[in-house]
Design a protein around this ligand. Structure first.
Ligand code: 5GP
Length: 126
């Protein structure tokens, strides 16, 4: 798959949009008014959850620029709640968001990777 151009228009047929509409299955971890969290299909850590906003945003950049304050706050609180509910606060965890070609974003619906369950090492490798 090609990397996402973070300035492209939102594609309502992207995989995560289809998961949000219930057209494709997911292993749901959490859902509220602002966010849906589900297990990544190709986990990179013992815990690898994707948290996505319910609104239509291509990227983190798009989300920061266009989402109403309540949606941004609701989404960020949801990410924190998922981590807390998974028992990750004490051992720790990592949040990651990929934007555009250099960031390696593949799916054009904004998502945060929440990873944990083992020591993850220092930042970026490879
Ligand atoms: P990105 O590189 O866009 O930040 O990451 C996209 C993530 O979505 C990858 O970690 C990939 O494994 C995950 N992914 C892609 N397709 C699906 C899918 O259909 N279901 C789930 N649960 N995860 C997916």
């Amino acid at each position: 798959m090609d990397a996402v151009d973070p300035t492209q228009p939102y594609d309502p047929e992207n995989i995560f949009a289809r998961i949000l509409r219930g057209e494709l299955p997911c292993e749901k971890v959490y859902e509220d008014e602002f966010a849906l969290a589900f297990n990544d299909i190709g986990p990179q850590a013992p815990v690898h959850v994707l948290v996505i906003p319910k609104g239509e945003y291509v990227s983190w950049d798009d989300f920061c620029l266009k989402a109403p304050d309540a949606e941004i706050a609701g989404f960020i609180r949801a990410v924190g709640k998922v981590a807390r509910d998974l028992g990750l606060v004490e051992p720790g965890y990592r949040l990651l968001n990929n934007v555009g070609p250099d960031g390696g974003q593949i799916v054009p619906h904004m998502h945060v990777h929440l990873c944990g369950g083992k020591p993850l090492g220092r930042m970026i490798s490879g």
